[in-house]
Design a binder for this molecule. Structure first.
Ligand SMILES: Nc1nc2c(c(=O)[nH]1)N[C@H]1C(S)=C(S)[C@@H](COP(=O)(O)O)O[C@H]1N2
Ligand SMILES: [Mo]
Length: 337
């Protein structure tokens, strides 16, 4: 394991000092101490999976390097940060599998250099940018955002990035432009979830997402290249991903290779998979439940992970209403969920 910072975090050192076997024994002890048999029938599957998530240690970690940035902005969010170790070990990234620990386990060798983003469609200046070009052209800042997954868990994450609007302004959307479409890398050789539908949760890859042009131009909408002061770990969507903090997490598409400005609403992955469960807008809304669970509250992941996570009330627009509600003045949010 090589790490760019020359200094290793405590949990990484700890991970090196234990053999896989002792990790397994320790996991079994903790499961027993909690009064659960390893595959206890009394514990719902989701809880079991969540439990085991936190005892898995990474086999190896991709190199992340410090990124220069200036300024840190909280947008009224005063909640404590979710510990870095949780942010990088509890992930949804179906290209690498559907379990929360799959991305950390299977994304480490994702090749992110060289990496280009193509901007095309309804723009006066289409282009192809390397990550290095983006970093040179758009200064990074820190944005501390809540991240609310549609599955009713949440985190508070310090992202590094720049507003998507800056890149779009450079590309100059035409008068016909109404939406922006995003696409994740398609590379079944590297992404095991793309090799078999069973592993990738039935998604028809590449993963695609979309926003209205107004949402894409909103100052809170971020293209992120890092978190906790360093480049993004692969499991979090390296080298560049979207972050839209007032929407459910699935809108924040990872490892982007293409951005297309369009004249109509583009198809989006989760909406295509189950339109009655996942709308195009996907604004965080405690008043509109998912057909299979309540969206009124969420489990905020902290030190203890998912099991001891506190249940808190979910806020409209994930707490960003004062900044974004004007976008939806004329929209029935129960119908356009
Ligand atoms: N390409 C791609 N992007 C994705 C996903 C995915 O499976 N594939 N999962 C989404 C979901 S459901 C969530 S909650 C967030 C999770 O981001 P994080 O793992 O960095 O916290 O990424 C989103 N972006
Ligand atoms: Mo999610």
């Amino acid at each position: 394991m090589r790490l760019g910072m020359g200094k290793q975090a405590k949990w990484q050192l700890a991970a090196q000092q234990v053999t896989p076997e002792s990790v397994f024994r320790q996991r079994r002890r903790i499961v027993q101490a909690l009064g659960l048999s390893a595959i206890g029938a009394s514990v719902p599957m989701g809880v079991q999976a969540g439990l085991l998530d936190w005892f898995g240690e990474p086999q190896r970690a991709a190199e992340t390097t410090p990124l220069p940035y200036s300024g840190s902005h909280r947008f009224g969010i005063e909640d404590p940060l979710t510990p870095e170790q949780k942010v990088i070990s509890h992930n949804n990234f179906y290209e690498f599998g559907t379990a929360k620990t799959d991305p950390q386990q299977h994304a480490q060798e994702l090749s992110t250099e060289p990496w280009h983003i193509e901007i095309s469609g309804e723009v006066a200046r289409p282009g192809r940018y390397s990550v290095a070009q983006l970093l040179a052209q758009f200064p990074l800042e820190e944005r501390i955002y809540r991240m609310r997954c549609v599955e009713a868990w949440s985190m508070v994450i310090p992202w590094l990035g720049f507003p998507l609007s800056q890149l779009l302004e450079t590309a100059q959307p035409s008068s016909r432009a109404s939406h922006v479409a995003f696409e994740t890398l398609y590379d079944p050789k590297q992404m095991r979830g793309q090799r078999a539908r069973g592993i990738g949760g039935g998604i028809d890859f590449p993963y695609v997402e979309g926003l209205t042009l107004a949402e894409a131009m909103h100052p809170l909408t971020l293209l992120s290249l890092g978190l906790y002061g360093k480049t993004l770990p692969p499991q979090n969507g390296a080298p560049i991903r979207l972050v839209v903090p007032w929407k459910y997490g699935f809108k924040s598409i990872k490892s982007i290779v293409r951005i297309r400005v369009t004249a109509e609403q583009p198809p989006t992955t989760w909406n295509q998979l189950a339109a009655h469960e996942y709308g195009f807008y996907a604004n965080v809304n405690p008043a509109v439940d998912h057909p299979r669970w309540s969206q009124a509250s969420e489990r905020r992941i902290g030190e203890g992970g998912l099991l001891s996570a506190k249940r808190i009330a979910t806020e409209p627009f994930n707490g960003y209403g004062e900044f974004v509600e004007d976008l939806y003045r004329d929209l029935d949010l129960a119908r356009h969920f």
